[in-house]
Design a protein around this ligand. Structure first.
Ligand SMILES: NC(=O)c1ccc[n+]([C@@H]2O[C@H](COP(=O)([O-])OP(=O)(O)OC[C@H]3O[C@@H](n4cnc5c(N)ncnc54)[C@H](O)[C@@H]3O)[C@@H](O)[C@H]2O)c1
Length: 283
């Protein structure tokens, strides 16, 4: 099956990035969020982003940019947004219950051939799909932030995901010029399980006063050739996201993954990183 039209549900950090990537790659994309007001802000941010990162840097002409922007359509109504699409990518909050409810709804309103994908960064695809009738067409397509820039996609094969679904998702991902790795469903997959441990330990070091924020990040950047330090990266990903990942891994695998006390404290104070303009750094 050829993918021509895609629906992305959740237009936050990831969903709006994924929608831009898909539009830049020449597909038509329907982007869904909860209110017209949210969508108005998101549309403005997407327009500014395309202008700043592509037109101002001569990567696209104004005409090309306007064609890309016209490829993105904004919806609050999911039934309308999934009409005539071949692929739905979910990028709502990292919450198992919310995702299960949404997938059960998508499974009931989308035709059987439509692939349903989650961009979850840690939750089991098998569990997300568990309340659906057609679990064969459900797969994880895990993008990285910013989706337009990062080269990797982790494809997650749930217990009931068929090889055909995986193949369609793989070809689509390669068409977005990404390198694809395939992972058998397991909490945190490969990337989130590893990076969470590193970042959570850096947050514990900060809490213990072992070094300053800047020195922890500089040490990692220069010692390991990382492009970003773990505290800078935590701010970029969102501290709420890491806290959710930690709680989930803790529940699935045990105490080794317990979120740092400082991480929890910052999330409670709504210091979420870049998205709230305050995290380990101010923005
Ligand atoms: N932030 C990252 O770096 C990153 C990277 C990879 C994957 N992820 C995953 O992507 C997903 C989204 O993360 P994010 O950082 O973009 O979150 P976010 O909070 O920035 O965005 C979530 C968006 O979903 C919308 N939403 C919530 N429920 C909805 C519903 N029922 N219908 C339509 N829209 C709804 C919200 O209004 C919000 O705009 C999560 O599962 C997260 O784990 C995040």
């Amino acid at each position: 099956m050829e993918i021509k039209k895609v629906c992305v549900i959740g237009a936050g950090v990831m969903g709006s990035g994924i929608a831009q990537l898909i539009a830049i790659s020449g597909y038509s994309v329907n982007l869904v969020d909860l209110s017209e007001e949210l969508l108005k802000n998101i549309k403005e941010k997407i327009e500014q982003n395309i202008d700043r990162h592509y037109v101002a840097r001569n990567k696209f002409s104004k005409e090309e940019a306007s064609k890309i922007l016209n490829n993105i359509h904004y919806y609050t109504n999911i039934e309308e947004a999934v009409d005539k699409v071949q692929l739905v990518i979910e990028a709502i909050y990292e919450d198992m219950n919310l995702k299960q409810v949404l997938f059960a709804k998508l499974d009931s309103i989308c035709e059987k051939h439509v692939i349903l994908a989650s961009n979850t960064s840690s939750l089991s695809i098998t569990d997300i799909a568990s309340q659906c009738q057609h679990q064969n067409r459900i797969v994880g397509i895990h993008f990285f932030n910013p989706a337009t820039v990062m080269k990797l996609i982790e494809l997650i094969k749930g217990d009931k995901t068929t090889d055909e679904t995986l193949e369609i998702a793989k070809n689509f991902s390669k068409g977005l010029k990404k390198t694809v790795v395939t992972i058998n469903d397991s909490p945190g997959f490969v990337t989130s399980r590893l990076i969470y441990v590193l970042c959570n330990e850096a947050i514990n070091m900060k809490m213990e006063g072992i070094a300053s924020t800047e020195d922890i990040d500089t040490a990692c950047k220069l010692a390991f050739n990382f492009p970003m330090g773990p505290l800078e990266l935590s701010d970029l990903v969102g501290l709420d996201i890491y806290n959710n990942i930690g709680e989930y891994l803790n529940k699935e695998f045990g105490d080794k993954y317990k979120p740092s006390f400082l991480l929890k404290k910052m999330v409670n104070k709504k210091r979420l990183g870049r998205k709230s303009r305050k995290g380990f750094y101010d923005y």
